[in-house]
Design a protein around this ligand. Structure first.
Ligand code: MEV
Length: 416
């Protein structure tokens, strides 16, 4: 079974669940977990002062082919059109061979801030002279991580000038394997701080991971064939891309569209989406705030898109391993490790960007939104089954998407 499931959106919810269960070999227990609300005692242990749960719909994006493997993508989001847009873009990308994704080693940066240095530049060198000892202390904190091939790999240091004087900023480069890595990195950063003070004679204040994970970049690319999307879309997308590359006001919205998709998958899998958001926008701003995607016309004349952004995401540890629904979402995704997961997220971001700028450059996004809105109004008016689409279509055609009109149209159809 591949992830190209024509008419998936037209199926009833039960039928959709059955298809996903079949594709991902979900068990009865998995099905029970996604249907039930998580136990309140679990929620109460996740955060503080809990009083209730917030519901967000989870939709499945279909059609994704990434590095030759089919994926169904669970997306938790309150915004209409995002899941449909991802699925449509993935359907077109399939025609160009699907997405190709790559994520590098899962290296996170832990920062240690050293202040009040008499000789910041000499301190930097002293610190590097003692690199091996620093790495040893860091790795002593996490023998399990080291035993599975991870751990602190290297130390870097920079002097920055601030209005409170020069500071030495030490970076621990830590291979966190399949974890998001915050806990491992923060523990190591705290552990090396006394030794850093000893070597440099300075004072350490902050010891914390950086969300600008420049050593943990994920990439994806895909071809969107001209014969399918047409010359106009190719040209419109190139102009939209140049707009986002040259105007931060546009780039913010362009990148927001990318994160619509990535965040939705992160939320469905209970990953720290704020961390990925922070990293994405900081990376986009490294040389002046710009688009996270690039668009060009390839040798065959087809449109080719590429995305590149830091993705610090885990498949082990954290809420993603304890939350019963996140566990099922991970099973649906079927990624073997954090690197594969990062590549999938990058592909989803690229798909989302393609869909958004194609729509914006052509019919605009309101028509699609209106269609969905019209379906909701039709349901509110009492339409069921086929009648939902018939009433919605009529309202869209008339340009009158209102409850009173939906009721009239429904009455007319029933009477005719
Ligand atoms: C809306 O949530 C996302 C878009 O604004 C993205 C974009 O403008 O590229 C449609």
């Amino acid at each position: 079974m591949d992830s190209r499931i024509p008419g998936f959106h037209k199926l009833g919810m039960d039928e959709r669940r059955r298809k996903v269960a079949e594709f991902s070999s979900l068990t009865d227990e998995d099905m029970k977990n996604i249907m039930a609300q998580i136990p309140m005692d679990i929620a109460d242990r996740m955060i503080e002062n809990v009083i209730y749960l917030m519901d967000v719909p989870v939709g499945i994006a279909t059609n994704f082919l990434i590095n030759g493997k089919d994926y169904l993508i669970p997306m938790a989001i309150e915004e209409p059109s995002v899941v449909a847009a991802a699925s449509n873009a993935a359907r077109i990308a399939r025609e160009g061979g699907g997405f190709f994704a790559y994520a590098g080693e899962p290296i996170m940066i832990g920062q240690v801030q050293v202040v009040k240095l008499k000789d910041p530049y000499a301190s930097k060198v002293k610190l590097l002279e003692n690199k091996n000892e620093l790495i040893r202390i860091a790795n002593e904190q996490d023998p399990v991580l080291v035993s599975i091939g991870g751990g602190c790999r290297d130390i870097e240091a920079r002097v920055i000038d601030t209005s409170l004087g020069a500071m030495l900023i030490v970076h621990l480069l830590v291979d966190v394997r399949d974890a998001m890595g915050a806990n491992a990195v923060n523990t190591m950063a705290e552990a090396v701080a006394p030794y850093i003070e000893e070597i440099t004679g300075g004072k350490v204040y902050l010891r914390i991971l950086s969300n600008l994970a420049t050593y943990r970049i994920a990439y994806a690319r895909a071809v969107f064939p001209r014969r399918i999307i047409g010359d106009d879309a190719v040209e419109g997308i190139l102009y939209a891309y140049e707009f986002a590359m040259n105007d931060p006001y546009r780039a913010a919205t362009h990148n927001k569209g990318i994160m619509n998709g990535i965040d939705a998958v992160l939320i469905a899998t209970a990953n720290d989406w704020r961390a990925v958001e922070a990293g994405a926008h900081a990376y986009a701003a490294i040389n002046g705030y710009k688009s996270l995607t690039k668009w060009e016309v390839n040798r065959e004349g087809d449109l080719e898109g590429m995305i590149e952004l830091p993705i610090a995401v885990g498949t082990v540890g954290g809420a993603s391993s304890t939350h019963p629904k996140a566990k099922v979402a991970k099973k649906i995704l079927n990624v073997k490790d954090a690197r594969e997961f990062s590549g999938v997220l990058a592909a989803v971001g690229l798909a989302q960007n393609f869909a958004a700028i194609r729509a914006l450059a052509q019919e605009g996004i309101q028509k699609g939104h209106m269609r969905l809105h019209a379906r909701n109004i039709a349901i509110m008016a009492g339409a069921e089954g086929d009648l939902v689409d018939r009433v919605a279509e009529e309202m869209v055609k008339e340009g009158k998407v209102r409850l009173d009109r939906a009721k009239e149209i429904l009455k007319n159809i029933k009477n005719s």
